[in-house]
Design a protein around this ligand. Structure first.
Ligand SMILES: C[S@@+](CC[C@H](N)C(=O)[O-])C[C@H]1O[C@@H](n2cnc3c(N)ncnc32)[C@H](O)[C@@H]1O
Length: 527
């Protein structure tokens, strides 16, 4: 039996008893289209770390620590505690009223108050909301089978056992106990445990515009998307608004997929994570073909990329030293494993040690996992420490060597956001060291080039009415004023072009590439 339900003008839900539910394109969709927009997700709340800094309804932020460079251009919200529980905060009376009436804070406020000053863990807070929604399901929820119809994999969780299963049972017992304190809800531990499993399978992480995690969201529409390691769509947040945008052209009646995991992993690592977290064996196009862009090695003689399956360099024909490559790959996998551990050492010193040791193999390029993540983490640590030059070198390496491979499309939202971070760091470097460094790059020109690249892609990546697009527009205006760029100047011809597509910037781009080459060479030598 097959039941099709429309979920947006671009997509419909197919329900096949054998294969679960998944989303299909109801028409031809061009790359960069907003396929789905959920203005008011069923559940969308800050995680524990952000209860104090995010509005409990609209997710507006009071301050942002992790992405201070980007946050600086967004006016912070002023938050006040709910005077009932003193646990959650709101940016306005309107948000508080909505959350109270529509989103059920009315029912949880007394539970939170009873626990104060202890704060319930994020999972417990979401489960209480899920339980409450279960009782009051609307006709639209029933289209998706409601909370009861969400995939739970309870038996798989039980079979896998371990800390996650123990945690589920513990949280379920505690939440059932807390619900006794409420006049309105009272749930059994087994029911709560099933909700915990549903939460792990179906919820998504709410992020800021710059992809920093701040909360957790559960919504039926998003829970219907299946996974692919080579997805044709991506999920984004703008406050509490969730959207799904196409990354490629999608033909009518083909499946629309998103990625559940960080795709910057090897096939083995992706498969391991998907099977342990979501209980399926991924057979997506990327997992079932031999083309593995992230697993290309680099030629030890000419440094060009060598495809996963080749045993010689396509550029200089040098043979791949198989044994050395196998041991380099094992070294990369061991580092990934160490970093996945609880309380892993992610200090700058250790991360630098890892990245240097991987470059020193002379076989793993900037795109090979976990190199992109190591560069990104180092850049963020340097930004937090105000070491702009070091941050810039890591971000430029990603921009030049990694993004064109790992986020192939220039309008990939992550690529656009990361390029924006690069532009913001460049401003800081220009302020700190106006004389420049290294090859004396013309910061003003490069910065303006980066911003025009971003503004040319933002409509497809985020949509022109998104908060991110607004932030980019404001920044471009600021830069024009600060740097004395007048609208009629030459630079306006660059609008929408990428840094690499502007003839006037050819010289600067060459200098940047040389700077990155020298930087990577230093990393290789410095072990
Ligand atoms: C968030 S749900 C997606 C909707 C789900 N198909 C349903 O019927 O409700 C996640 C679950 O869907 C299934 N799933 C998602 N992507 C899949 C894929 N590529 N291959 C097989 N199963 C997949 C897995 O059971 C996974 O735990």
């Amino acid at each position: 039996m097959s039941l099709s339900v429309d979920i947006s003008e671009y997509a419909y839900l197919k329900d096949r008893l054998s294969a679960g539910r998944f989303i299909h394109a109801s028409q031809q969709i061009s790359a960069g289209t907003e396929i789905l927009s959920v203005e008011d997700p069923l559940i969308c709340i800050p995680d524990e770390a952000h209860l104090d800094t995010c509005c409990h309804f609209c997710m507006a932020e009071e301050s942002g620590e992790s992405s201070s460079v980007n946050q600086a251009y967004k006016p912070p919200a002023k938050l006040s505690f709910c005077l009932g529980c003193r646990v959650v905060k709101y940016c306005s009376k309107a948000c508080q009223t909505w959350d109270w009436k529509r989103k059920n804070h009315k029912y949880e406020c007394d539970i939170y108050k009873a626990q104060y000053p202890r704060v319930l863990p994020t999972a417990a807070r979401v489960m209480l909301r899920m339980a409450k929604h279960f009782l009051n399901e609307t006709p639209s929820a029933k289209v998706f089978g409601g909370i009861g119809g969400l995939k739970a994999h309870v038996e798989d969780f039980q079979k896998a056992g371990g800390e996650r299963w123990e945690m589920g049972n513990l949280t379920a017992k505690a939440t059932a106990e807390f619900s006794k304190g409420s006049k309105a809800v009272n749930f059994e531990p087994d029911f709560m445990r099933d909700l915990y499993c549903k939460l792990l399978i179906n919820s998504v992480t709410v992020t800021t515009q710059t992809f920093d995690p701040i909360g957790i969201c559960l919504t039926y529409q998003a829970a219907m998307f299946n996974h692919s390691c080579d997805p044709n769509a991506i999920m984004l947040f703008d406050g509490r608004r969730l959207s799904v945008r196409s990354l490629k052209d999608i033909a009518k009646d083909t499946e629309i997929t998103i990625s559940y995991i960080d795709n910057l992993m090897t096939r083995k690592e992706r498969k391991r994570e998907l099977s342990s977290r979501y209980f399926f064996d991924c057979k997506c196009s990327l997992c079932s073909t031999k083309t593995q862009p992230f697993e290309a090695s680099s030629c030890h003689k000419c440094s060009k990329l060598v495809p996963y399956t080749s045993n010689s360099c396509p550029s200089c024909q040098e043979a791949v030293p198989e044994d050395d490559l196998t041991s380099a790959i094992a070294q990369a996998a061991a580092i990934t494993e160490k970093r996945e551990k609880k309380n892993a050492d992610k200090s700058v010193d250790t991360t630098l040690k890892y990245i240097k040791s991987l470059y020193a193999t002379n076989l793993l390029p900037s795109t090979y996992p976990p190199n992109p993540q190591l560069h990104q983490d180092l850049a963020m640590s340097y930004i937090d420490a105000g070491d702009w030059k070091s941050a810039l070198l890591h971000l430029l390496t990603l921009y030049v060597r990694a993004y064109p491979v790992i986020y192939e499309k220039p309008f990939h939202p992550v690529r656009v956001v990361r390029t924006f971070t690069l532009a913001m760091v460049l401003i800081q470097v220009a302020v700190d060291a106006p004389e420049g460094f290294g090859e004396r790059i013309d910061f003003t020109k490069v910065l303006y080039g980066l911003l025009t690249e971003i503004s040319g892609n933002v409509e497809k990546s985020h949509g022109s009415s998104s908060g991110f697009a607004e932030m980019v527009r404001r920044k471009i205006q600021d830069v024009k004023v600060d740097m004395g760029i007048d609208s009629n100047q030459e630079t306006d011809k660059w609008a929408g072009k990428g840094l690499g597509g502007i003839p006037e910037l050819e010289g600067e781009v060459k200098k940047i590439i040389k700077m990155v080459d020298d930087f990577v060479l230093d990393l290789k030598k410095a072990v």
